[in-house]
Write a protein that binds this ligand. Structure first.
Ligand SMILES: [Zn+2]
Length: 585
């Protein structure tokens, strides 16, 4: 949906970034005129995440993320700009004035939502109250699902009767819309409720709206055991994770995701206080899931069933998560116990211990490949295992991880570390040779941009910081003063802002384009700089710069001339410049 610029400005005026951020960063502490806390976007133990209420911006000195309240919410909640506007409009009470161009699918989505909400609450009350749901209630009681979990996840039951369809018609939902929403099916020309005879798990998006259902049979002889809603405008299996909405606050505060296999696993984990548990919707983890997990900045522990299918799926999931630079581990559960059995029989503490002892993916894969091996390993087995594990190690671009994993592998296989590393390099080179040029440059772009990689010289940084104390000073500088593209872009953005208009820092970041990390970092540094009149300071710096350049020029000329031919004026000027330079310190 389109929103007018005035609306955005109205929201900006009413918004307090400290207020917005504190919903996500629980213990923001005052630090001078700023606020400091643990960054929600990367893992850290000491706070490097700064919020400036004065400038209404944030910046993390750990991962380089920065921006205004809008970009914070977009990043934290994985929203598009219009979605963030919608959310912050609600928070500030600013009415949304929409431009005429609405989301083409908007009406259709709203219609779908209405039906899904209705179906979800109808089936939930069926599970709680109807006698047809007796077997379902018994089944859930046998699986030790508590009343609270049943409520929290709004489980439902679909009786094999026309009662739902009658109610839906009374609400005015047409047959066509019920079919389109996937809550009804036509069997032999007769309309019937979808998922009949099944326990219904409503699937929510991260904002809590029901977007689809998963249905589980009561009698495991009926196939398939689980049935999911078909893909729709709202429902995408490759993106949504079950339990994310319910676990959002735990995921944020612990920065951790426990990845499980199914709906019931997630529900039981939550029931036992492990609320960062989520699961894909009966499908394998996709790279889109990985991107979602990455946005939560969460380390991930995979806790799948310990059978061979579960272990293979765990490994495949790890391989999908690794290229996103997600800190992923795989829990090794006892052979004969599924996660819910461990929780029920041994309790949450025992389960958490297993999570804590989770292995890195390379070690996990090694153990799987070596399981069943007794006695000393043959050389050919060692080589086979090493090459299998190489394939996994090459999925991460983190050199430190690679190095650690190779070391552990060499110890486990009792191969010399040097020869293992050589072998790994040989294989990596082979792959590289077959890679097309554009792929190798993609790879480079994949590397995470840590603040250390933001290139700007100390001179550029100092000058830009001073200008950020008063952007009208930006005109003192010239383009030739900036060598690094990011510094130049930041300076050009400074030239575009009007310092007397409130909210200029947000506009500066917008206009900085790809140089936003640098601009946001320098804004924060400038903010904490004390004293010094920025104009005087800038004049001093530029004067000094000019003198240094002149001195270098004179030195060059002096060196290129023979001793006897040295012009006295040159020598004199050199002395003078040197003197001035010393005085300007
Ligand atoms: Zn950070």
């Amino acid at each position: 949906m389109g929103v007018t610029g005035d609306t955005v400005e109205a929201i900006r005026l009413k918004l307090d970034i400290a207020d917005v951020v504190s919903d996500y960063v629980p213990n923001l502490q005052r630090s001078g005129k700023n606020l400091k806390g643990l960054c929600p976007f990367h893992n850290e133990k000491t706070p490097s995440f700064i919020v400036s209420p004065e400038r209404q911006t944030f910046h993390c000195f750990g991962c380089g993320e920065g921006g205004d309240a809008f970009s914070f919410v977009m990043k934290a909640e994985n929203l598009t700009f219009p979605e963030a506007i919608e959310k912050l409009a609600a928070k500030t009470g600013v009415p949304l004035v929409q431009t005429e161009k609405k989301d083409r699918n908007y009406e259709e989505k709203m219609g779908l939502k209405a039906i899904l909400d209705f179906a979800s609450s109808f089936y939930h009350s069926q599970l709680l109250l109807s006698s047809a749901a007796d077997p379902a209630r018994r089944y859930l009681a046998n699986r030790k699902v508590s009343k609270e979990s049943l409520e929290r996840f709004q489980l439902g039951f679909v009786p094999d009767s026309s009662v739902f369809l009658e109610e839906a018609r009374k609400k005015g939902f047409s047959e066509a819309r019920l079919l389109a929403a996937g809550v009804a099916v036509k069997i032999n020309g007769r309309l019937r409720p979808s998922f009949f005879g099944r326990i219904l798990f409503p699937i929510r998006d991260s904002k809590g709206g029901v977007v689809g259902f998963g249905g589980r049979v009561l009698n495991s002889e009926i196939q398939p055991k689980y049935l999911n809603s078909a893909e729709s405008l709202l429902f995408s299996k490759s993106r949504i994770l079950y339990g994310v909405f319910e676990g959002l606050s735990s995921i944020r505060s612990n920065r951790e995701i426990i990845l499980m296999e199914g709906y019931l696993d997630v529900l039981m984990a939550h029931q036992y206080g492990i609320e960062s548990a989520v699961a894909p919707l009966g499908t394998a983890i996709t790279s889109e899931h990985a991107k979602t997990i990455k946005r939560y900045g969460a380390k991930t522990v995979i806790a799948f069933d310990p059978d061979s299918a579960g272990r293979t799926a765990a490994l495949r999931s790890a391989e999908i998560l690794l290229p996103e630079d997600i800190d992923v581990r795989v829990a090794v559960l006892p052979q004969d116990k599924d996660p819910d059995e461990i929780l029920i029989e041994k309790g949450a503490a025992a389960f958490k211990t297993l999570l804590d002892k989770a292995l890195d993916p390379a070690a996990f894969k090694t153990e799987i490949l070596l399981s069943g091996e007794k006695g000393p390993l043959s050389s050919s087995k060692k080589s086979e295992v090493a090459h299998e594990v190489f394939a996994l190690i090459s999925k991460t671009s983190d050199e430190v991880l690679r190095s650690d994993w190779l070391r552990s592998l060499s110890q486990r296989l009792q191969i010399s570390e040097d020869s293992l590393r050589m072998e790994f390099k040989k294989e990596a080179d082979k792959k590289f040779r077959f890679r097309r040029p554009y792929e190798s440059s993609d790879r480079k772009g994949d590397l995470k941009t840590s603040p250390a990689k933001v290139e700007a010289s100390p001179f550029e940084r100092q000058v830009l910081c001073l200008m950020m104390k008063n952007p009208s000073l930006a005109s003192i500088a010239e383009e030739t003063h900036f060598r690094s593209p990011d510094a130049k872009a930041t300076w050009q953005a400074l030239l575009t802002v009007e310092p007397h208009v409130p909210g200029w820092p947000a506009r500066l970041l917008e206009n900085a384009g790809p140089a936003k990390p640098l601009a946001s970092e320098l804004l924060m540094i400038a903010d904490s700089m004390e004293g010094e009149d920025p104009q005087q300071e800038l004049n001093r710096i530029f004067t000094r710069r000019r003198l240094e350049e002149r001195l270098r020029e004179l030195e060059g000329r002096i060196h290129s001339q023979q001793e006897g031919e040295l012009h006295p004026d040159l020598r004199l000027e050199y002395q003078k410049v040197l003197c001035e330079l010393k005085g300007s310190r």
